[in-house]
Design a protein around this ligand. Structure first.
Ligand code: MRU
Length: 343
């Protein structure tokens, strides 16, 4: 198995061990999730987050449902299906979660008739394979993307797309990390990414520990930075790419894409083919998660807006395909029509 840059999640006999991303950058705390309630809570609270990471943890969650049902003597098939649906419902936008659960459920159906212990062992194996594949896809995307970066490239990015957002390497940030490893000296401008600050808290944390120069800016400063001529390329990830290339990603991505287009700056989406949903024609069909008003109205226990004021808090927006220069995947740089994703 490829070694993750940061051990973000790991199957252990008693459950799923993850780094709790809500505690970063102040504290590096690992927690072990031992029930499906705990896995669902961790996903909803963004203790584990990022589209590819959600796929891996979803597959591990289904395996955990099997382990728990075996231990408690509950009806196994019912537990797998019910808990699978609970996991699927935790976050609607990242297609990787449903993709991994569908794949693990197909594996479950394929072992029908085998002893219960062997069937659950097969689910654990499938989760390991999905994790391993994610690491390989990250490595291949990183190599394909690094080749596009000029020496000393000044890259603007949004949200967190590094080891923390994946099985342990990264998508857009993986490209920068690979370019750095090749001695091409990229520098990164990281949007703070309101309201939950994945850019400031997580991207800057990852880059700092790797010694890659990073400057954090408020999201609203990005268009002016582009206009100043200090950005060569915009790179971000995806939570779901529709068949026509419309791409859902963290709220604020659309604004970046408009500014990149206005200033003639290339914008690449970096995503494994498990983030592509060719069953939907365009971005209008992508479900957009709306999150709680408190994420906008409060921070660190203090009010940042008047109590009770109305809040609009979509977690994602859609970048029109026409704003994207190319989609960097493990199969190279693609443009629509995309080839079918592996199932
Ligand atoms: O709400 P989050 O933090 O899970 O959102 C994550 C993003 O939007 C990432 O940019 C996306 O998943 C691509 S990640 C590798």
């Amino acid at each position: 198995m490829l070694k993750p840059a940061i051990p973000t999640m790991e199957w252990t006999d008693g459950g799923i061990r993850i780094i709790d991303q809500t505690r970063l950058p102040a504290e590096e705390v690992y927690i072990t999730l031992r029930t499906i309630d705990e896995v669902c809570e961790a996903i909803k609270a963004l203790r584990v987050r990022g589209a590819p990471a959600l796929g891996v943890v979803g597959a591990m969650g289904l395996a955990l449902a099997g382990v728990v049902a075996l231990r408690d003597g509950s009806p196994l098939d019912a537990a797998i299906r019910t808990e699978g649906e609970r996991l699927r419902a935790t976050r609607p936008t990242a297609v990787n979660l449903g993709w991994a659960l569908d794949r693990a459920l197909r594996n479950w159906d394929a072992t029908e008739g085998e002893p219960p212990g062997a069937r659950v062992a097969a689910l654990i194996d499938e989760a390991r394979v999905i994790h391993e594949e994610d690491l390989r896809m990250s490595r291949d995307m990183a190599r394909a993307g690094a080749a596009l970066l000029p020496r000393g490239a000044r890259v603007l990015t949004h949200c967190n797309t590094g080891a923390l957002a994946t099985g342990g390497l990264g998508t857009a940030l993986g490209v920068v990390i690979e370019a750095h490893a090749q001695g091409r000296e990229p520098v990164v401008y990281a949007d703070e990414t309101r309201p939950l600050l994945q850019g400031a808290r997580l991207t800057a944390w990852e880059l700092k520990r790797l010694g890659i120069p990073v400057t954090v800016l408020v999201d609203g400063a990005a268009p002016a930075l582009m206009r100043s001529g200090r950005i060569d390329m915009v790179l971000y990830g995806a939570d779901r790419v529709a068949a026509n290339g419309d791409t859902a990603n963290k709220i604020g991505s659309y604004m970046l894409s408009l500014a990149a287009k206005a200033h003639g700056i290339p914008l690449y989406v970096v995503a494994p083919t498990s983030s592509f949903d060719l069953s939907i024609p365009d971005g209008d069909a992508i479900p957009i998660e709306e999150r709680s008003a408190d994420e906008v109205g409060r921070w660190g226990g203090r009010a940042t807006a008047p109590e009770g004021v109305a809040v609009y808090n979509p977690a994602f927006d859609v970048t029109p395909a026409a704003h994207v220069t190319g989609w960097i995947t493990e199969r190279g740089v693609l443009v629509p029509p995309f080839p079918a994703a592996p199932s």
